[in-house]
Design a protein around this ligand. Structure first.
Ligand code: SF4
Length: 189
């Protein structure tokens, strides 16, 4: 009996999977949900821990952590390190996590310039001031791909990776098989 069949039959504990969105657009999470009815099959094989899907706020010990988004502020660093400490396998999901993606476009400007452009000189700004509240996570000077902060085990490129890419990746991983994508699933846009 394969690991996948054993998991389906309930003979092995389900793998625990957590997900987090750092500086991204949640598009990668939406793409994961695009596996549609296959999510029913997925929840026979895995149990979700911290993820926007469960609304659990703190990550526990997990087998797999999926990270969307780049690292743009102090809170992103904290969440990412917490995932690395708790997840056996950490996966960079999507262009923002893999190489900074769209949020990293600000890296060619000074942070001060970016803030002034938005909050001081922005179109329609009526009360120009740069937000400064301890509740707001401190921005980093640059947006970083997650591998510049923690060790990463797998990279899933794409903006976002397609639902079929998620499905192939997760089912291969859960089955204990080498990850194997058909050429049609490998894209970087
Ligand atoms: S990779 Fe694309 S879809 Fe995913 S968070 Fe970044 S911008 Fe959104």
């Amino acid at each position: 009996m394969s690991e996948m069949e054993m998991a389906e039959s309930g003979k092995t504990p389900k793998l625990k999977v957590a997900t987090a969105a750092l500086c991204g657009c949640f598009g990668c999470h939406m793409s994961l949900l695009d596996i549609d009815e296959r999510i029913l099959k997925l929840v026979e094989l895995i149990e979700f821990d911290r993820t926007p899907l469960t609304d659990i706020k703190k990550v526990g010990k997990c087998d797999i952590g999926l990270i969307e988004g780049g690292v743009a502020n102090a809170e992103n660093v904290e969440v990412l390190r917490e995932f690395r400490n708790n997840c056996d396998i950490l996966v960079a999901v999507g262009a923002c996590a893999v190489n900074g993606g769209v949020p990293a476009m600000r890296n060619q400007f000074d942070l001060k310039e970016c803030l002034e452009e938005v909050y001081i000189h922005g179109i329609g700004v009526e009360n120009p001031q740069i937000p400064n509240d301890i509740e707001i996570p401190l921005l980093l000077d640059k947006v970083h791909p997650i591998h510049e902060v923690v060790r990463v085990d797998y990279f899933l490129p794409g903006c976002p990776p397609s639902a079929d890419t998620f499905w192939t990746f997760l089912t291969d991983l859960i089955a204990g098989e080498a990850i194997s994508f058909p050429y049609s699933l490998i894209h970087y846009d």
